[in-house]
Ligand binder design. Structure first.
Ligand code: FNR
Length: 413
């Protein structure tokens, strides 16, 4: 759990403890301090919250997280939350934002806020997109399609994962513009090629190649909490050769009996060239976090970069993506669009990334919280919350557009 949330929970527990203490049952004082009933104690604690019962009641994305955590079976919640080893990179992604502050500029006319961003041939009204998250049916039936409808309703980009449950064609049908396709390259080139062909045929203009989740990471939180789930997991999870891929629609009709999983520790820059040569889709690499790799990517003709550490689920580097961003933007020098994800929970987080040179920001877990809590409405609420928070941040910091933000709006400690 991120440090800022731990602090809130500790404070809340402390205040609950104090309120329940006999010392405070009757102080003999007049007014609220006299008889500190429960309601008064909660009112004295600004972090106290009743559970929300509709998406509209959510004030921030964490309100939806709490509902999602209550709704989900523990193994699925663990799959969503897990990092690797001690989950310290998950926390680093959050604490990284505290090392950057926003330099507010005053007396700027912000009556009109333009947060639009251009990625390749498309201008998006909001610079926030939904990241590829596999197996969304674990969080809500037909999750991929509901995310398609929600992002479409808000005219935002969706990146559809190789390991989705719903067919890509259904997701395309649910949107006015096709999603981008996230590719997990497999060890079998024929299968990789077939995945690409299907995405191309469905109309995806961009392939986002994930290059950071290449080996079986030690997801201890997942492994530990899975044991607490008493349901029979074999009812849904197929086992045996290729069983993992059976519920993943992109593999329908392909011979997956020899595939071990989406793990590709044999990837090299030659693979990028090979991919580049066979597809008309724009190629974006997801998982780049250094200037050296960004420079190589440009040399190999990559069209865009997604600065990501997989939300801390594939490595324990302890390096937040917001701290990696400046060296990547410097190396790229505006030649290709740069996107970023991992740990974004607030409009002010998004502001910092845009001000540091990112063209768009991806969210993973937050929209899944919305999905698990209230389905499509929950996803829409998450998108609305983050868009509104970004707009408010822009207004209060005196930046009317992304171009404005880049004129000295961020300081680093
Ligand atoms: C992911 N992510 C991911 N990335 C990817 O390229 N292909 C995938 O199939 C998945 N699957 C996946 C499942 C789950 C449950 C999560 C939480 C994440 C990573 C995702 O695209 C993104 O990089 C991170 O989620 C961003 O970090 P936050 O926003 O979750 O902190």
């Amino acid at each position: 759990m991120p440090a800022d949330r731990k602090l809130v929970l500790c404070r809340r527990r402390f205040l609950q403890f104090v309120a329940a203490s006999p010392l405070f049952a009757d102080t003999g004082l007049p007014g609220p301090l006299g008889r500190m009933g429960n309601a008064t104690a909660w009112a004295a604690d600004p972090t106290a919250m009743a559970d929300i019962t509709s998406a509209a009641q959510a004030l921030n994305v964490f309100d939806l997280e709490r509902v999602a955590m209550k709704n989900l079976p523990i193994a699925h919640a663990a799959y969503l939350n897990t990092g690797v080893e001690g989950d310290a990179t998950v926390e680093a992604n959050r604490s990284g934002f505290t090392r950057f502050q926003i330099r507010a500029h005053r007396l700027v006319d912000t009556t009109k806020i333009d947060m639009s961003t251009r990625l390749f041939e498309t201008t998006w009204p909001v610079p926030i997109f939904t990241d590829p998250v596999s197996s969304l049916d674990a969080f809500h039936p037909r999750g991929d399609v509901l995310v398609a409808k929600a992002t479409n309703a808000r005219k935002q980009l969706q990146v559809y994962p190789t390991l989705a449950n719903s067919p890509i064609e259904e997701v395309v049908a649910a949107r006015e513009t096709p999603p981008w396709f996230q590719l997990y390259p497999t060890r079998d080139w024929a299968i990789t090629r077939a995945l690409m062909r299907r995405a191309e045929a469905a109309g995806c203009p961009v392939v986002v190649v994930t290059v950071d989740n290449i080996t079986a990471a030690g997801r201890e939180t997942l492994a530990r909490q899975q044991r607490l789930d008493t349901r029979n997991c074999a009812d849904c999870h197929s086992t045996g050769p290729g069983g993992y891929f059976r519920s993943k629609s992109m593999f329908d009709g392909l011979d997956v009996t020899q595939l071990r999983g989406p793990l590709t520790d044999n990837l090299s820059w030659d693979f990028v060239k090979r991919l580049r040569d066979v597809t008309a889709m724009k190629v974006v690499l997801k998982g780049i976090v250094t200037a050296e790799d960004a420079t190589s990517a440009l040399r190999y003709g990559v069209d865009g970069l997604l600065v990501s550490n997989h939300g801390g689920r594939s490595e324990e580097s302890l390096r937040s993506t917001i701290e990696a961003l400046p060296e990547v933007t410097e190396a790229v020098g505006g030649k290709v669009p740069i996107m970023i994800d991992s740990g974004f929970r607030r409009g002010s987080d998004i502001f910092k990334a845009l001000a540091l040179g990112a063209d768009a920001v991806g969210i993973g877990r937050p929209y899944v919280w919305g999905l698990a809590a209230f389905g499509q409405e929950g996803v829409e609420r998450v998108l609305d919350i983050l868009r509104t928070e970004l707009e408010v941040t822009m207004r209060s910091m005196g930046a009317a557009s992304i171009a404005d933000m880049r004129r000295g709006y961020v300081a680093k400690t």
